[in-house]
Design a protein. Structure first.
Length: 278
């Protein structure tokens, strides 16, 4: 059975929390009408991303008022929702993603682990856990955020842990379009999984977001791709396509783990586990 997914590239005019929630509600209504069972929104979709010190002002616990509003939208529109927000926990604030199912229950939370420049490091603490997974529509799903997917190790770790569909909310800005057009399809191909990469659009403070939201198949081809403006894409992910691709593109099975393992020597540098004769 296929999974029908809607990807919301928006809102183009990022506003306050109320305006962003209204945009997500409208997208959820459209997603439900299109037959989608889950809606994926961008990085920091509820609060805004490049908002300076407002990050801390808008930060909430994972089960705070933002969660309650998203849960109510999910129940009303009968669609699961993936959303981004600043999560407060003790003295720290995390760039977080949460997944709420159609009944309004939280089924997964992920905190961005790789922070991008001063934009992230000024406001967020790095997440301590790389692998966050959940099951949806017969697929094992994993979560990353934006810059995380630009490291091949993160995606390969997901594949090794059994992830079949990698969900990546992002806030990719110009002039880094190459990430959306080349890096993300490469990650899907080399680790043999579906990737939905859901970007922001429009301008916000110092950033101009480049859009190009995409759903990429395990063979590296686009299932769908947005332009640079607000848009809702609805796509079908077919688990049978994953099986077919992995039977042809056998990179995961063909790896030489015996040659990759390294140990750390006393100087702190990596060397082969077994040295060859000189």
């Amino acid at each position: 059975m296929t999974v029908t997914v809607s990807l919301f590239q928006g809102p183009e005019l990022s506003g306050d929390v109320e305006a962003n929630l209204a945009a997500i509600d409208a997208a959820a209504a459209s997603a439900s009408a299109a037959g989608a069972s889950i809606l994926v929104t961008p990085e920091m979709s509820v609060s805004g991303y490049d908002i300076g010190d407002l990050v801390r002002e808008r930060a909430e616990p994972f089960d705070g008022p933002i969660f309650e509003r998203i849960a109510a939208i999910a129940r009303s529109r009968t669609v699961a929702i993936v959303y981004g927000y600043p999560e407060s926990s003790g003295e720290s604030v995390f760039n977080s993603v949460q997944v709420v199912d159609a009944s309004g229950l939280s089924i997964a939370r992920y905190r961005k682990t790789h922070l991008f420049g001063e934009l992230d490091r000024t406001h967020f603490a790095p997440g301590p856990e790389l692998l966050v997974q959940f099951d949806f529509g017969g697929l094992r799903c994993g979560l990353l955020t934006c810059y995380d997917v630009e490291f091949p190790e993160t995606v390969r770790a997901q594949a090794d842990a059994g992830t079949q569909w990698l969900i990546v909310p992002t806030g990719l800005m110009t002039p880094f379009e190459i990430i959306a057009t080349h890096v993300v399809p490469t990650r899907a191909y080399e680790s043999q999984l579906f990737i939905t990469y859901v970007n922001r659009c429009g301008a916000e403070a110092s950033l101009t977001y480049c859009g190009l939201t995409c759903a990429v198949a395990p063979d590296g081809t686009d299932i769908a791709r947005a332009d640079t403006h607000e848009q809702l894409l609805t796509v079908d992910l077919d688990p049978a396509e994953l099986t077919r691709s992995r039977s042809v593109n056998t990179h995961l099975a063909d790896r030489r783990h015996d040659l990759y393992r390294t140990v750390l020597d006393p100087t702190g540098s990596s060397r082969p586990e077994q040295e060859t004769d000189r």
